[in-house]
Design a protein around this ligand. Sequence first.
Ligand SMILES: C[S@@+](CC[C@H](N)C(=O)[O-])C[C@H]1O[C@@H](n2cnc3c(N)ncnc32)[C@H](O)[C@@H]1O
Length: 223
Amino acid sequence: MAYDSDDVTSANTGGDMDWDARAATFDEEPDHGLRDPGVRRAWAGRLRGWLPGRAGDVLDLGCGTGSLSLLASEQGHRVTGVDLSPAMVALARRKLAGRDALFLVGDAAQPPVGEQRFDAVLVRHVLWALPEPGRVLRHWAGLLRPGGRLVLVEGVWGTTEPAGIPAERLTGLLAPIAGQVRVERLSDDPLLWGGEVTDERYAVVATSGVSDQEGGEVAAAGQ
Ligand SMILES: C[S@@+](CC[C@H](N)C(=O)[O-])C[C@H]1O[C@@H](n2cnc3c(N)ncnc32)[C@H](O)[C@@H]1O
């Protein structure tokens, strides 16, 4: 994600952004549109390592224009994407037209997926802007099938007024929820971003640590 430091401040978090207005140009950033073959290959390689080895059901929350959804689909997964922005969803539908993929307008914090459960919940650059991330992570863990995983790509952007969620905080939030938690540092791979970056960027892959029922109970208890 490439916002300049004026763009992302503590007073102007992702929750305040007009994502519909940004949709038409969103893919112009190298790591958004993945238009450069080298950048695309870099993300495809990482994603292959994060998602299950076998074809499964992937829920891409805050899917944007569907760039990661498309990579997941190309790797054989069935994709459900959810985004609050109708303009983003329209672009994702177009990008994955003809594929085994469904895109819904909805809140990533409470995705409108009914009783469906997933082999992976994939979320890139969205969690940091959601209120109550701990509660949201519990809900997402409850959407996983046994043996499923959360794949969370996050970071801290900007230097003067950094915005985002540090890996240490995210792993702390996952500790009571998840089984194994693996952090992969992404800042030192310029291919992912279309150039050198100096801020914190990472992915966390967390295996399911609670059953669906437990996840529901914890969420219901409001913890
Ligand atoms: C930085 S973009 C990331 C898009 C995509 N995950 C990617 O990595 O290319 C953030 C996306 O999250 C969406 N978003 C923000 N808040 C959301 C929410 N509460 N529920 C669903 N989508 C949300 C925005 O509309 C936008 O498409």
